[in-house]
Write a protein that binds this ligand. Structure first.
Ligand SMILES: *[C@@H]1O[C@H](CO)[C@@H](O)[C@H](O)[C@H]1NC(C)=O
Ligand SMILES: *[C@@H]1O[C@H](CO)[C@@H](O)[C@H](O)[C@H]1NC(C)=O
Ligand SMILES: *[C@@H]1O[C@H](CO)[C@@H](O)[C@H](O)[C@H]1NC(C)=O
Ligand SMILES: *[C@@H]1O[C@H](CO)[C@@H](O)[C@H](O)[C@H]1NC(C)=O
Ligand SMILES: *[C@@H]1O[C@H](CO)[C@@H](O)[C@H](O)[C@H]1NC(C)=O
Ligand SMILES: *[C@@H]1O[C@H](CO)[C@@H](O)[C@H](O)[C@H]1NC(C)=O
Ligand SMILES: *[C@@H]1O[C@H](CO)[C@@H](O)[C@H](O)[C@H]1NC(C)=O
Ligand SMILES: *[C@@H]1O[C@H](CO)[C@@H](O)[C@H](O)[C@H]1NC(C)=O
Ligand SMILES: *[C@@H]1O[C@H](CO)[C@@H](O)[C@H](O)[C@H]1NC(C)=O
Ligand SMILES: *[C@@H]1O[C@H](CO)[C@@H](O)[C@H](O)[C@H]1NC(C)=O
Ligand SMILES: *[C@@H]1O[C@H](CO)[C@@H](O)[C@H](O)[C@H]1NC(C)=O
Length: 499
């Protein structure tokens, strides 16, 4: 056989292995080839950077840092179109990013320079299968959680999704998902009963407890390493009304507020309840303002689970009994307001140490007070062991593998600012603050290595906080379902297992 023939055969075999249609192999090269193939197939659903709608669609991000410059944006209308796109992207070897709600706050997690942005806006169906606490709903990845809560409300149902209004369905679901009611229902991922997935070679599969159960498990916290989810089927609960409280405190109340947070982490209420717990700090006045956004299932008002906060003596208190949508509607976080960066670590509930970290944080904020538009917030996310117990006991599990004998608190600094010229300074500042105080916690035997992707910075690696056997298992599952490494090499942004 002539030499050139061997090469041709090898190229052809390679092309077939990559799912390339032979007739297009020569015309399809990289991102520009993928964009033109998508445009020829899907016309108006593909936006080049000269399209009138390009900027509108390309600014549907919460974090201004996500405003990158994709070569084209494809807005698929069906799962079949996502599958077709994946076939084209993988055969062209075109780099791409995928966006659901656009709330993940770091560049590359949901957008890409000079690549293809797969914007899932139009996969926005929601169907409700109402049956009391056995209810489920199906939801497309283009929705945000407020839309889900609004669709469930006429049926008296509620779901375990985002706590603020504009958080997207797919991102939150794939990274695990904090909600107020994790103490009873676990995390968002623990409530998903089926994922409809497009794999890297364009094949569509379902993953549930019976079919592709290994992929089903890996998608519970494994983020964007395995495929594009085009539909989630998720449990809903008969919770027509919630009891809410908004509390604010004086600077002098911070230590008592931390103690009440530790009490909440250690408490074991039968009722579903939880809170967003934040301290705002103004370096100009040196005043800190602790706050509580507390939610409890049912109509008991004020909600009993937050009694230790109320006992401190808030400077403002608004209690209400209302529906989930009325509550979530108030908690808006509009797109494009600022540059955003979160970073955190996890600690055992220890009032003295958490209060010390808070004090160190105020001093650290003083050092960046001149950053244009700086707002720094100290956030505590309570993770009672009952939240970890849900996945331990449901016969399915999740990739986090959290210890269900240990209450935890994630301590976070959430920072926003104005100018790109301050990005490096802020990243450097956040890194050093987090690393040093986590080191002290390690020395004191108080540290947990758990990291939640929703509150982690791009320089943190949440897979380091998961049991090693779970990481190895995820890598094996990735090798089986994405042997070409499409979600490692072409879709490289976000929290990745690594090459
Ligand atoms: C091949 O590419 C052409 C033009 O880019 C397109 O019209 C055609 O549908 C593609 N065929 C396949 C099988 O993808
Ligand atoms: C582009 O914008 C127009 C006007 O807002 C709208 O009718 C059309 O559906 C948009 N096209 C896409 C692909 O988003
Ligand atoms: C569009 O993309 C091309 C190729 O990357 C680039 O040269 C051009 O500056 C972009 N135009 C705009 C308006 O972003
Ligand atoms: C959304 O629902 C409509 C109406 O039931 C249906 O025609 C359409 O195919 C659905 N779209 C997707 C992406 O499932
Ligand atoms: C459904 O769940 C809610 C919240 O846990 C509970 O209060 C209610 O009693 C349950 N309803 C039924 C019919 O089981
Ligand atoms: C309030 O604090 C007390 C004492 O620390 C604790 O026993 C109790 O569980 C706490 N209650 C709540 C609702 O957190
Ligand atoms: C909060 O601080 C303000 C101003 O320092 C003071 O007037 C007020 O009495 C304080 N309220 C409480 C509940 O401590
Ligand atoms: C309290 O709940 C009622 C009933 O849902 C609602 O109309 C009202 O806007 C709520 N008030 C606040 C302050 O949330
Ligand atoms: C899922 O499958 C496992 C193993 O087959 C089984 O033990 C468990 O009960 C199933 N869980 C559910 C919720 O169906
Ligand atoms: C920072 O942002 C402010 C407000 O948008 C603007 O006036 C200023 O020129 C910016 N500075 C730099 C260095 O970009
Ligand atoms: C796509 O990949 C999956 C998982 O590796 C495999 O089972 C399936 O056969 C592949 N489909 C095609 C058409 O190559």
């Amino acid at each position: 056989m002539p030499y050139f023939h061997l090469l041709t055969s090898a190229a052809l075999l390679g092309a077939i292995a990559q799912g390339v249609s032979a007739q297009n192999a020569s015309t399809c090269a990289g991102v520009s080839g993928a964009c033109s193939q998508l445009a020829s197939l899907y016309g108006d659903s593909v936006l080049s950077n000269s399209s009138s709608n390009y900027t509108t669609v390309n600014t549907q991000f919460w974090d201004l840092r996500s405003d990158l410059a994709p070569s084209c944006i494809f807005l698929p209308n069906t799962a079949d179109e996502v599958a077709s796109a994946l076939g084209i992207l993988s055969s062209c070897q075109a780099e791409f990013a995928v966006r659901g709600g656009g709330h993940m706050n770091f560049p590359g997690s949901n957008n890409i320079d000079n690549g293809v942005l797969l914007a899932l806006n139009n996969l926005n169906n929601i169907t409700v299968n109402a049956n009391g606490n056995e209810s489920t709903f199906t939801v497309g990845p283009g929705n945000r959680w407020f839309e889900v809560y609004a669709a469930l409300e006429p049926f008296g149902l509620y779901a375990i999704g985002g706590r603020l209004k504009t958080i997207g369905v797919s991102g939150l679901s794939l990274i695990g998902g904090f909600h107020y009611f994790i103490n009873k229902y676990g995390f968002a991922m623990d409530n998903i009963v089926q994922y409809d997935v497009v794999l890297g070679n364009g094949t569509q599969v379902v993953a549930n407890n019976a079919t592709n159960p290994d992929l089903f498990w890996a998608l519970k916290g494994g983020a964007n390493n395995f495929g594009v989810v085009t539909r989630f089927t998720t449990r809903a609960y008969a919770i027509p009304e919630i009891s809410t409280t908004m509390l604010q405190f004086n600077t002098s109340a911070v230590e008592a507020w931390v103690q009440a947070t530790v009490d909440l982490a250690n408490s074991t209420p039968d009722v579903a309840a939880g809170a967003v717990l934040t301290i705002r700090y103004d370096p100009a006045t040196k005043m800190a303002t602790p706050g509580v956004l507390g939610v409890q299932a049912g109509t008991e008002s004020p909600p009993s689970c937050f009694a230790n906060f109320t006992a401190i003596g808030p400077t403002a208190q608004i209690d209400n009994v209302t529906t989930p949508t009325v509550w979530h509607d108030q908690l808006d976080s509009p797109d494009q307001m600022y540059r955003v960066q979160f970073g955190h670590h996890t600690i055992l509930p220890d009032t003295t140490r958490i209060f010390a970290i808070y004090q160190a944080w105020t001093e650290a904020v003083d050092n960046v007070a001149d950053v244009e538009g700086l707002q720094s917030t100290f956030v505590l996310n309570v993770m009672p062991k009952s939240a970890a117990a849900v996945s331990k006991n449901n016969g399915i599990g999740n990739v986090w593998g959290l210890d269900d004998t240990q209450n935890l608190i994630a301590w976070q600094t959430a920072n926003t600012w104005q100018n790109a010229s301050d990005d490096l300074r802020m990243t450097n500042w956040i890194t050093k603050f987090l690393d040093y105080h986590h080191r002290i916690n390690q020395q004191m035997g108080l540290a947990s290595e758990f990291l939640y992707m929703g509150d982690a910075a791009e320089f943190q690696n949440p897979f380091l906080g998961m049991p090693f056997e779970n990481v190895q298992r995820m890598r094996a599952i990735r090798a089986a379902y994405d042997p070409q490494g499409v979600f490692t090499h072409l879709n490289w942004g976000g929290f990745k297992l690594g090459a």
